[in-house]
Design a protein around this ligand. Sequence first.
Ligand code: UDP
Length: 335
Amino acid sequence: MNILVTGGAGYVGSIVAEELLRQGYQVIVLDNLQQGHKGAVAPGAEFIFADVCNAEALDGVFQRARIDAVMHMAAETVVEYSMTDPKRYFHNNIVGGIELLDAMLKHEVYKLVFSSSAAVYGDPQSIPVDEDHPKLPVNSYGESKLMFERILEWYGKAYGLKHISLRYFNAAGASESLGEDHRPETHLIPSVLKAALSKNSPVSIFGTDYPTKDGTCVRDYIHVTDLAIAHILALKRLEKDGSSCIYNLGNGNGFSVKEVIEVAKKVTGCNIKTVSASRRPGDPAVLIASSEKIKRELNWNPQYYELKTIIESAWKWHSKSPEGFKKRNSFTGKN
Ligand code: UDP
């Protein structure tokens, strides 16, 4: 089966592509390398340098090969920037998504796994958050993901598109060969590990006055390989019975920013310096998932649920690749 992975040179997308290949699928990665890295394209995948907003390029991709299903991960994803530049989020996440759906329909491809986010819920009214929790996003990133989920419902009703939306909580960790490398890095675990590697530069703690156990934000970290496996289970469900669905993906455990830093100190053996900073706009205080639905319906069974294991895998990758994908970052046509 041929699977198109948009955003397949990014953090989650590259590891999903790697897992698809491992399970015997053929993979075509489409990525504009704005956030992704050519060096992160899983060996064995075909790579197409293109933007999801480019209708002509998308048409070409579907014309060249029969695509059986699409995993749509290409997106703007940084909550903080979504507060100051919502236009970019709605353009890339909505307009790009619609271009992709139009190309799919034109070429009669009706199966889509969509990377959604816990950001659709906003500030949780109850914990853990299940899929029926009210959807009240507090940043334009979450709003764009929710809007696209709703578009998918309408495309399902009108055109027969089948989709599974996966609402990620906090993806973290690394596979043996691929890890997290954003420019600039805004995510907690890679920032903490970079601070550990640098010895001197501190990691900022954004907000110490939240109504949580230690005043810092609480998140539910999920290993990226467990996340990747969930995508393949979703794909299999679409192949089998073709019904659309939405699932949360988290471990059901909340860790504060300070707790993450403490575990990282133990894993790395480094004294990680910290500095208190003001709250980051758009950050909910607590996000913890209930993922019972996907466990029940798709037999998803996370293997790397311990925070220590997640951080260990990330540390292994960061220690091995302190510069990330730097040397192979720009698109030149060669590595
Ligand atoms: N965070 C922090 N310092 C950093 C990066 C993140 O204190 O250098 C906090 C951030 O405010 C949030 C949590 O860590 O409360 C997780 O942030 P991340 O960006 O990793 O994921 P998000 O929850 O925003 O998707």
